[in-house]
Design a protein around this ligand. Structure first.
Ligand SMILES: [Zn+2]
Ligand SMILES: [Zn+2]
Length: 373
């Protein structure tokens, strides 16, 4: 038996939100150091950690990344942190593999970088790690996420997770205030916002490629109900399977917001994109290697084909900003129920051993065979 459950139980009991993973990071850093890694903490002034093991011999630089943050839920009126996306499991599996691979003296070439990234849920973490330059020298980067029961069963593993691109667009629609008795002297911001939403809903995209754009927040209150409101705030959630589809959809949404508001004489006072995640870019060769490792470890029935999800993952900032990276991302079947981000999310803990095995075999695959050149 490995240490995976010990690590998991410890991390599960100390859920911390993005950029506040202080206890989590301290635990992971101490364990990595004890295992023989050169550890860098507080990356980019935040909570990220990189543990490096250099074989001293030529070879590729392999990075494996796990995310550390928990989610904030409001349950029975109380704001609490809870690991409902399984990031505690991701850290526990990667730490266990990192410890075992050194204890077994399995690295014969190149360099291994164990990356514990903060703030995946807010989309900020990967960018901080990138800006600090700690990913620059990596050739192959691997990630893993536990999956809900609907996607893949415990004991099975998805060889490639194709996450979608997602972004949030916030706009302030500006009208002209007036007395409710004289609406002709004003421009109702609510009318402008509704026209903008209707224009967005009328966007047509190639139906062969999955994408969606919808209004998810509409706020307008001038404080009185007998006046024409001046401002309305609208927010759109936008998703697309591919990055070029997102580019097209985003342009159309922005144009529709402006044009829609203009139909009633309103204007767009401000428009911002506070969060954005690129779609998955995975290397087919790495996916093939991961598929072989899954079959070799657990048999053919365990291998699930590539899976496309409208969900986002900030891991793909790495491939988006560093196109030389060859990336692989597996989905670990753990029977997570009722679903990720559900306050009562729970899963089959015994499946975590499978994640440890995949990580270890990946490290062995890329950093074990001695260099001949
Ligand atoms: Zn999540
Ligand atoms: Zn997650």
């Amino acid at each position: 038996m490995s240490n995976v459950l010990t690590h998991y139980n410890y991390l599960h009991a100390i859920p911390e939100p993005g950029l506040q993973e202080f206890k989590t990071a301290a635990y992971l850093a101490a364990k990595l150091e004890a295992a023989g890694y050169a550890v860098t903490c507080h990356i980019g002034g935040a909570t990220g950690i990189v543990g490096t093991y250099d074989s001293g011999l030529p070879g590729p630089v392999l990075g494996i990344r796990a995310d550390m943050d928990a989610l904030t839920h409001i349950i029975d009126g109380k704001t609490i942190q809870r690991h409902t996306c399984g990031h505690d499991a991701h850290c526990a599996m990667l730490l266990t593999a990192a410890e075992e691979i050194i204890a077994e003296n399995s690295i014969k070439k190149g360099k291994l970088k164990i990356i514990f990234q903060p703030a995946e849920e807010t989309g900020a973490g990967a960018k901080i790690m990138l800006e600090a330059g700690v990913i620059d020298d990596i050739d192959i980067l691997l990630g893993m996420h536990i999956r809900p029961i609907q996607e893949c069963r415990s004991g099975q593993i998805i060889e490639a997770m194709y996450y979608s691109s997602s972004c949030t667009i916030k706009a302030i629609i500006k009208g002209i205030p007036a007395h409710g008795a004289r609406p002709h002297l004003g421009v109702n911001a609510i009318d402008g916002a509704i026209a903008a939403i209707t224009a967005v809903n009328a966007i047509h995209m190639n139906p062969v490629v999955a994408c969606s754009a919808k209004c998810t927040r509409f706020l307008c209150d001038s404080g009185v109900t007998n006046a024409i409101p001046e401002r309305a705030a609208i927010t759109f959630d936008i998703r697309a399977q591919y990055n070029d589809t997102m580019k097209e959809l985003k342009e159309k949404v922005i144009r529709a917001i402006h044009a829609g508001a203009a139909t009633v004489g309103a204007t767009v006072e401000s428009l911002e994109i506070p969060t954005e995640l690129p779609a998955a870019e995975l290397d087919p060769e790495i996916t093939k290697i991961l598929g072989d490792i899954i079959v070799e470890s657990f048999g053919k029935e365990a291998l699930c084909p590539p899976f496309t999800t409208p969900g986002g993952e900030d891991f793909f900032w790495y491939t988006s900003k560093l196109p030389h990276l060859k990336a692989g991302f597996t989905g670990l079947g753990v029977d997570a129920e009722p679903g990720l981000h559900h306050p009562d999310m729970h899963f089959d803990l015994s499946a975590l051993e499978n994640g440890v095995i995949i990580h270890k075999k990946s490290i062995t695959k890329f950093l074990n065979e001695p260099c001949t050149d």
